[in-house]
Design a protein around this ligand. Sequence first.
Ligand code: PDD
Length: 285
Amino acid sequence: MNTVYLNGEYIPEDQAKISVFDRGFLFGDSVYEVIPFYQGVGFRLQEHIDRLNHSLRAVRISCEMDWAQILGDLVEKNGGGNLSVYLQITRGDAGKRSHVYDEGLQPTVFACCSEIKDIWQAGADDILPIKAMVMEDLRWHRCDIKSTCLLPNILVLQQANDEGVQEAILSRDDRLTEGSACNLFLVKRGVLFTPKRSSEILGGITRELILELADEYGIQYQEVDVDYDRLLAADEVWVSSSTRGIIPVIEVDGHQIGDGNKGPMWHKMFELFVTFQRKLMRGTK
Ligand code: PDD
């Protein structure tokens, strides 16, 4: 049985209970993070904590805790292997349903783990390319906040799955923003392109790392508006997230991307990415 963290206690998951009046349950009034731990080491843990604090501040939930300690202990209690840690903080239990909230509510803090693949040990051949479709981005305009209000994300991904593809790429006002739970990259003539950071996308931790690695290893990149035609004309398309790493997209809306295989730039970035992770595991990064 997995151990979860709930409001200061480490308990078996079947004993974790929250109130039906918790605002996270009633309104999605809550924020979250998903952080991979490989062999007990958090992947860009401080960056995830910084983003969590950004989300908390943006929705005016005040909750300062020693997240590194709490999550580190949780990972240890769950065997310390390759785990994805989910952390959710709601505005708390108001004891009633009311849109308006009292400032003094005690936030509900919940964290749990699930096993993930150790991407850093994988070879390029272990990564399966995916197909995607473009769909309208129906989310609000504060996608920089990692809010648990994920209904638009869930519905597009479900529709994509129903149509036999693995990812939905979102489009707002003729500009592509990101995937249902991942950031978007494309490659054209050796240059890497990704939508600009704004409140229309989540500032992905993996996205940031890809751009850092591009900087460090002299790969040209641009943060730009990406439209549909540019996407279909790309030599390579990738999506990125902490739990999935960097995934090549070889078909969009039935159109083949590039030559329909994982591209050379993907291979290069994948190698840089796993090398970075291996150094992190050895404590040299
Ligand atoms: N999602 N964009 C969205 C909308 C996301 O939900 C995510 C991650 C990303 C990638 O961010 P990062 O590189 O920091 O993981 C981009 C997580 C994994 C989730 O919701 O499960």
